[in-house]
Design a binder for this molecule. Structure first.
Ligand SMILES: [Fe+2]
Length: 345
């Protein structure tokens, strides 16, 4: 396995690069905008393909690298379903898996630092975001923070993991790099409380100043979505209502770019084909499955995904490959559902 812990000394942020093998798919957790060049260089040095960029929560102390990584590598942006960020490619909930080739991380919803804080468990290690830090816990006094919820996330989820589970947080300000659940149980001063009320009292008495970057970072991080308007301006987008009207026409081929688990959980547009986004480039190039389908049958390719991000990127790639009729459903299956489009599971 490839496991890299990268550090941004300005914000004290840890970013993690994970892959199951050299030459394989990679994911990056909590990337920082100013470090994006470095990540891309490392991904190329290790001969990896960046597939997913994930944030554990909406950060207040640095600008996320999610949008820049998506624009430069066409990776999928991922956050939790509770996040108020405008658009990401994929949203996950407690019990879902965050997967790339050879790796699957369990998604834990661990609110408290913010109401959109998630942790990710991978066998012997857990990425705790700002929920559980080394000898500390994330502040709970802004961004819908809630000390009571954090107590529950820590004591009833994270501390129930095996004691030897390694803890990799999103931040450290003292140079610590890793801990374990057992160590934090025993030595984290914030966790030596007798009750939830005592924890709430402790957290409410911290009186911390706001992060320096907060006024810049929070608004920037709320808007990482790809500008789908540009795709629409070029005439490559259908509204959900227009797509519903086109549905089941023989000259249209609806193509679902999502992963199998997303299809099972959220439903599928009846009669649509499945062509997962990571295989897109191979599918749209001459000789590829979708390219052949469009050329042989004259059918118009209409891509869709969860929120319209992957499909907007797919439209660009298909147009670049010469499929001039390719378009997508703006807003994805989320918009389709809101427009009461039919679904099968
Ligand atoms: Fe945070």
């Amino acid at each position: 396995m490839i496991f890299r812990q990268l550090f941004d000394s300005v914000s004290g942020t840890y970013t993690y690069l994970l892959a199951s093998r050299r030459g394989g798919e990679a994911l990056i957790l909590d990337p920082v905008l100013e470090k994006v060049d470095r990540y891309i260089q490392l991904v190329s040095e290790l001969d990896l393909k960046l597939i997913k960029a994930v944030d554990t929560h909406l950060h207040a102390d640095h600008i996320t690298g999610l949008g820049a990584l998506r624009d430069r590598t066409h990776c999928v942006t991922v956050m939790g379903e509770r996040s108020k960020v405008d658009v990401v490619s994929m949203r996950l909930a407690e019990g879902d898996n965050l997967t790339i080739e050879g790796l699957a991380l369990d998604v834990l919803y661990t609110p408290g630092h913010t109401d959109d804080s998630y942790s990710f468990l991978m066998h012997d290690r857990v990425f705790t975001g700002d929920t559980l830090l080394i000898r500390g816990t994330g502040r709970t006094d802004f961004q819908n923070g809630d000390a009571r919820a954090q107590y529950d996330s820590i004591f009833n989820k994270l501390l129930r993991l095996p004691d030897e589970t390694m803890v990799f947080p999103a931040h450290d300000y003292k140079g610590e790099t890793v801990s374990t659940i057992g160590e934090e149980k025993a030595f984290n001063p914030r966790l030596q409380v007798k009750s939830v009320d005592q924890y709430v009292e402790l957290m409410n008495a911290l009186n911390l100043p706001n992060p320096k970057m907060m006024d810049v970072a929070v608004p920037a991080n709320m808007r990482v979505g790809l500008a789908q308007e540009e795709i629409a301006r070029r005439g490559w987008a259908l509204s959900a209502a227009d797509a519903i009207a086109l549905d089941s026409r023989p000259d249209v081929a609806l193509v679902d770019l999502r992963e199998r688990a997303e299809r099972e959980k959220h439903g599928v547009i009846p009669g649509s084909l499945h062509a997962p986004y990571p295989d897109l480039v191979a599918n749209v190039r001459p000789g590829g499955m979708l390219n052949e389908l469009a050329r042989a049958t004259g059918r118009r390719i209409v891509f869709y995904c969860a929120f319209g991000e992957r499909s907007a990127m797919a439209v660009r790639a298909a147009q670049d490959a010469g499929l001039t009729s390719a378009c997508h459903i703006q807003g994805g299956i989320d918009a389709w559902k809101k427009a009461n489009g039919p679904l099968v599971r």
